[in-house]
Design a protein. Structure first.
Length: 233
């Protein structure tokens, strides 16, 4: 029982830290003080170190020899490379999903879109940033879009790229909250997929992913100095 409790505490610490990193509640590049994390999350030193080790392997934390851990930094160069790679991988996934996906997949996509459309993006106490509930529904929708793809490796790569992109997306919301109709983007994407219009779906997906990058590069000149526009696939 004691070992089971320890595993649960470690998993809980990992999930809490991961959520804080993805939402940028822990600022990119900031130092992660192990003892402070132990106190805040009420877990042991070992649980925090194991959680940080897992997050390091996912690229969300950087381990610095003799200096401890930091939240992975962000940069314009990283964002551009990440977005281009994500567009390439995710459009491959959506093309394959449309080719081989069945009715069960279509039903899951419709359900994910309905859940997303019924989840408020903002809460009354924070009208600027995306809520965690909306972020979860958003992630489920994007996963459902490509859920008909039958390549486990493509989907695994897509998941990793999505998580890395989420840190940037969450930052972009507060920078340009009225710059896009994201609900329409999601609806149009789902319609193209359900219509089995491969080219339109790939084009809409590429544009959808690129908008976040364009917003950040335009609005965060200090933190992300390169002012470039993503080349759409």
């Amino acid at each position: 029982m004691a070992r089971e409790g320890s595993i649960n505490l470690t998993q809980g610490a990992y999930e809490d830290l991961r959520a804080d990193l993805l939402s940028c509640r822990i600022a990119p590049g900031s130092r992660l003080k192990v003892q402070e994390l132990c106190d805040r999350l009420s877990v042991s030193l070992g649980a925090i170190r194991e959680a940080l080790s897992r997050l390091t392997s996912e690229g969300l934390v950087v381990a610095e020899p003799q200096r401890g851990f930091r939240a992975a930094p962000i940069s314009a160069e990283d964002l551009l490379d990440l977005t281009k790679t994500r567009i390439q991988i995710e459009t491959l996934c959506i093309r394959r999903a449309i080719e081989v996906g069945d009715v069960a997949w279509e039903s899951q996509l419709v359900a994910a879109l309905h859940r997303l459309s019924r989840t408020p993006e903002h809460t009354p106490d924070d009208p600027v940033h995306s809520s965690d509930e909306w972020a979860t529904a958003h992630a489920a929708f994007h996963k459902a879009l490509v859920g008909g793809c039958d390549s486990r490796w493509l989907l695994r790569l897509r998941d990793q790229l999505y998580d890395q992109s989420e840190r940037y997306r969450r930052r972009s919301v507060s920078l340009a909250p009225n710059a896009r109709n994201i609900s329409k983007e999601h609806q149009d994407l789902a319609n193209a997929v359900l219509d089995r219009d491969t080219e339109k779906a790939a084009e809409l997906l590429a544009a959808h992913l690129a908008v976040t990058t364009d917003i950040l590069l335009a609005a965060e000149a200090d933190d992300l100095p390169a002012r470039k526009t993503i080349v759409r696939a």
